[in-house]
Design a protein around this ligand. Structure first.
Ligand SMILES: [Cu+2]
Length: 139
């Protein structure tokens, strides 16, 4: 009974933490014309990102051990797009964004589409429901 409540609480608590880490991974400052910013990806996964100045600017880094690209990779920023939009790299690859446009751009991570967060939320809510049901029945 207590264990169930504890598990439910932990699952619910873990959700914002998972979201926060997904968001923090990619968080460049404003990259001015001719500016560069780079980030090393160590953990396999999907890293979708946008430019907060131009929300239609969208890119994605896929980090997978199967990728052919290792070491370094470059994404050009023009007005207003990332080129290439999708890049597959191996863990440990350092990706550099280069602003070739005239406008300022940035790189800000979005929560991945396949984030574990919604699953955790469901597990947490489910455990909470079961725990409350058992309590009501006096189990
Ligand atoms: Cu932009």
């Amino acid at each position: 009974m207590r264990t169930l409540l504890l598990l439910a609480a932990l699952a619910l608590l873990a959700m914002p933490l998972a979201l926060a880490s997904a968001d923090k991974e990619l968080r460049s400052p404003t990259i001015q014309k001719d500016g560069v910013w780079s980030h090393t990806f160590t953990t396999e996964g999907e890293y979708p990102y946008i430019c907060t100045f131009h929300p239609n600017m969208k890119g994605r880094i896929t980090v997978t051990a199967n990728a052919n690209v290792t070491g370094t990779a470059t994404v050009d920023m023009i007005d207003n797009d990332y080129i290439p939009r999708n890049v597959q790299v191996a863990p440990g690859t350092n990706v550099t964004w280069v602003n070739l446009g005239k406008q300022p751009h940035n790189v800000r991570g979005e929560a991945p589409a396949s984030a574990p967060a919604p699953g955790l939320l469901l597990v947490g809510a489910g455990l909470l429901g079961v725990a409350l049901l058992l309590r009501r029945r006096g189990a």
